[in-house]
Design a protein around this ligand. Structure first.
Ligand SMILES: [Zn+2]
Ligand SMILES: [Zn+2]
Ligand SMILES: [Zn+2]
Length: 371
């Protein structure tokens, strides 16, 4: 028996057999792969699945409701006996919600990391829209409680002058893949052997490298680095890798994949943290979204089966128990690592005491049956 009180029916189902891992369909011309990658990440992230299970009341947008559409897919993941599912409801809800921005439209290709991030932002809207996005502290807000990094950036010059602190939320932290490789090489050359658990240091150096400002005072300093402080303690940290070129060499994609660490400490990713370092969890790499030839696919670590699984739309394959198995597969397939997901394995679901109890229709929407 599992003693975890949050072990629920979705989890029981998920642990039955490897065949229980369902793919998501992508017929020619549908270009669903970016949505499929995001959905597989959400479903396989224990803290997301267990929290989402507990959230039901929300501001609903009927047929354009991303909250409902994700519920539909999760219910099918649990109960359907099909090997692969249609992501249609979510695809339509995304297209309608983002029609004005012309993002995520039916049949069009889009970015998997941005889709992942925008779904999180929309979930905030559906369950916690009485809180401003930038200052949301609703205890039940799954995106902001579990995924958002609350960051304060400040320029602090050795002369003592400081800039006004800039506060913001970050759902995905973007880093240049070439800066990551350059930093890894530099650390190798100087003999700074990177401890396997200290990949966060490499991330921090790569993301702040060259990010300098003029002194906020009058000392004339030109290359004052920015210091980043983490104010909260997210259970999931998502790192987006930005690629400068569309067709990187195999050597480049392999070098990036090889340098990805499987554990990060939050006190390494930031210059300082507000929480007691001893209480901060170690975050483990549990997901990787890749890109190759205008196509996204995803590797996810199954927390019960202790194995990496590869999801390429309707195709589901077991890769192996070790991260090295994934790196090897990336090399062979020339996959560009695009989105890394690190999670606290001991994360608890969100508290739902403050969550909306009922479904309420958003202004201008009706609860029409979806066709
Ligand atoms: Zn809804
Ligand atoms: Zn929120
Ligand atoms: Zn100065």
């Amino acid at each position: 028996m599992n003693s975890n009180p949050y072990y629920d029916t979705w989890d029981r189902h998920n642990s039955i057999a490897i065949s229980a891992n369902k793919g998501l369909r992508n017929a020619p011309g549908e270009n669903n792969c970016f949505v499929n990658s995001a959905v597989q990440v959400f479903w396989h992230l224990d803290v997301f699945r267990r929290s989402y299970r507990r959230l039901n009341g929300h501001t609903c947008m009927g047929n354009s409701c991303i909250f409902c559409a994700l519920k539909i897919i999760f219910t099918q993941f649990q109960y359907s006996d099909q090997k692969s599912l249609h992501p249609d409801a979510l695809r339509k809800a995304l297209a309608e919600t983002f029609a004005n921005q012309q993002r995520f439209q039916l049949g069009h290709m889009d970015d998997a990391a941005e889709c992942f991030e925008n779904i999180l932002r929309r979930i905030h809207f559906h369950i916690a829209n009485d809180c401003e996005e930038d200052t949301c502290n609703a205890p039940h807000c799954l995106p902001h409680q579990k995924f958002a990094m609350q960051v304060v950036d400040q320029v602090i010059c050795p002369c003592g002058a400081t800039s006004n602190p800039l506060k913001f939320h970050e759902m995905v932290h973007y880093i240049s893949s070439s800066a990551l490789v350059a930093q890894a090489r530099a650390m190798h050359e100087t003999g700074d052997m990177l401890h396997p658990e200290r990949f966060g240091l490499l991330l921090r150096n790569a993301s702040t490298q060259g990010d300098v400002r003029d002194c906020p005072g009058n000392c004339g300093g030109k290359k004052v680095p920015i210091r980043r402080t983490l104010m909260n303690c997210p259970d999931v940290v998502s790192i987006g890798l930005v690629w400068e070129c569309d067709h990187p060499t195999v050597e480049m994609t392999t070098e990036v994949a090889r340098n990805i660490g499987t554990t990060i400490l939050l006190q390494d990713v930031f210059h300082s943290v507000m929480k007691d370092e001893k209480t901060l969890p170690k975050l483990h790499l549990v997901g990787l979204v890749c890109y190759y030839g205008k196509h996204y696919s995803t590797f996810l670590f199954h927390s019960k089966q202790k194995v990496w699984i590869y999801f390429d739309d309707a195709t589901v394959r077991e890769i192996g128990p070790r991260w090295e198995n994934v790196v090897e597969k990336c090399g062979k397939g020339r996959y560009q690592p695009l989105l890394l997901i690190y999670a606290n394995p001991n994360a608890n679901p969100v508290h739902v005491d403050t969550a909306p109890r009922k479904k309420v229709m958003a202004q201008g929407f009706t609860s029409g049956k979806s066709i």
